[in-house]
Design a protein around this ligand. Structure first.
Ligand SMILES: [Zn+2]
Length: 300
């Protein structure tokens, strides 16, 4: 069996400075162009590949496919999160880099101070735009998969809302369900309420029915999950690992996320929870990707 890969070293601060030297905005523009259009620039509006550089203006192109008369003029940032902001690309890149290298997340306040931004709102807005860009499409997981749910928010953070006996968790808490493929990716979803229906439809959507094992705890919501090789551990009876059956991997992910929420963000409303969990999911799923920064920029 292949050895478990070690998480890789991301781009360091020094490497960032070397690739994107201070004052060299063009280096950032070239990087963005190479990332979003690896096979050549195409029109972000109509997809036409026949576009024409605007002679006198670098990083500007014209498309006549969707605007035969005057042509549609677009720039390197057209259709990206960097559009319509007055911040240079290099500052955006720095914020992305700070977010990706902070395992437990970084608060908008810290970003504001570090970057020297005039307002908290600027930092907050940038962070949220970046989080939205990090949202990954849901994929189907295979191999050995663990599924578990957690509750975040309110004053105290419970490991499981189950102790209270309330199926949807205590009031004010946001339920999140997650599935992780061992040695692979995690997929999460913020739920309005943890019910048998919401939990099982999540499993059917993100877990392949060809998995070799689906491990959960004994929560009722996973009961009679047909079509899966489903096995459980009974946490109430102090049972945590039975052979390959455990949920330690997904619980490890929850614990990183919770430490981040408690340590860096303090309070996160249910409304923004999907964005925060997307950020943690992106970092987790790219932990073996040395080019995590480039992957993030691609999605921007
Ligand atoms: Zn076009």
């Amino acid at each position: 069996m292949a050895k478990r890969p070690k998480p890789v070293q991301q781009m360091t601060e020094a490497q960032f400075e070397a690739i994107f030297p201070a004052g060299d905005e063009d280096a950032c523009k070239r990087y963005l162009v190479a990332r979003r259009w690896p096979n050549g620039v195409y029109c972000p509006r109509c997809g036409a590949v026949k576009v024409f550089p605007v002679g006198s203006m670098p990083f500007k192109w014209q498309c006549y496919a969707c605007a035969p008369d005057q042509g549609y003029r677009f720039s390197h940032i057209a259709g990206t999160i960097f559009e319509n902001t007055n911040k240079p690309l290099r500052q955006w890149f720095k914020v992305v880099h700070l977010m990706l290298t902070s395992k437990k997340g970084i608060s908008a306040l810290q970003i504001k101070r570090h970057m020297g931004f005039g307002s908290y709102e600027t930092a907050w807005g940038m962070c949220h735009k970046i989080r939205a860009a990090l949202v990954e499409p849901e994929t189907k997981l295979g191999g050995i998969v663990e599924v578990d749910e957690t509750f975040i928010g309110g004053k105290a953070i419970n490991k499981h809302g189950k102790r209270s006996g309330v199926a949807g968790g205590a009031a004010g808490k946001t339920p999140i369900i997650g599935a992780v493929q061992r040695k692979g990716n995690v997929v999460t979803r913020v739920l309005a309420k943890v019910t048998k229906e919401s939990a099982q439809s999540f499993v059917r959507e993100v877990v392949s029915n060809k998995v070799s094992l689906l491990a959960t705890d004994q929560s009722n919501v996973y009961r009679s999950l047909s079509g899966y090789p489903h096995q459980t551990v009974d946490h109430h009876r102090g049972e945590y690992v039975v052979g390959a059956v455990h949920t330690n991997t997904i619980e490890g992910f929850w614990s990183i996320f919770k430490r981040g929420i408690v340590g860096s963000f303090h309070k996160v409303s249910a409304k923004y929870m999907p964005l925060y969990v997307a950020e943690f999911q992106f970092r987790y799923n790219n932990r073996f990707n040395a080019d995590i920064f480039g992957t993030a920029i691609e999605g921007c």
